[in-house]
Design a protein around this ligand. Structure first.
Ligand code: FES
Length: 132
């Protein structure tokens, strides 16, 4: 990621190409994994916003072979987060680059604390994320 993007906090992760692949109701995000092509391979990710979601959400197909979901707001200055290629970490898109592990624990950077990691379950081609 270039300096220009970091200065303005522009993240690499995009909303899903198929916006109908996910929905939010009664405190849960449900993702149809067959339609969320970005999550097919490790390192892939989508960001979810709108549809009544109370918080921005980042969903990552981790390099550990599992899906993970996080509050997409750095605990330093509130910038969005991206997966960090070739690692099992995620990193803030700002200049300061706070970095977290998949449990949300801070590894490095000026962030004030851990990142919220949501409970995520998969079943029958669907991922369900509990937003609490
Ligand atoms: S906003 Fe994330 S490190 Fe500053």
């Amino acid at each position: 990621m270039g300096l220009f993007k970091r200065l303005f906090g522009i993240c690499e992760t995009k909303p899903p190409l198929d916006d109908a692949c996910w929905d939010f109701s009664e405190g849960k995000v449900e993702i149809d994994l067959e339609r969320a092509s970005e999550l097919t391979n490790p390192g892939g990710a989508i960001r979810l916003e709108g549809k009544g979601l109370p918080e921005k959400v980042l969903v990552v197909n981790g390099n550990d072979g599992s899906l993970h979901a996080f509050h997409n707001k750095c605990t330093h200055g509130g910038r969005r987060i991206d997966p960090l290629a070739q690692t099992e970490n995620i990193r803030c898109c700002s200049v300061s680059k706070s970095t977290f592990d998949y449990s949300g624990q801070l590894i490095s950077g000026p962030a004030k604390g851990p990142l919220k990691a949501y409970k995520l379950e998969t079943e029958n081609g669907k991922a369900t994320i509990s937003i609490d």
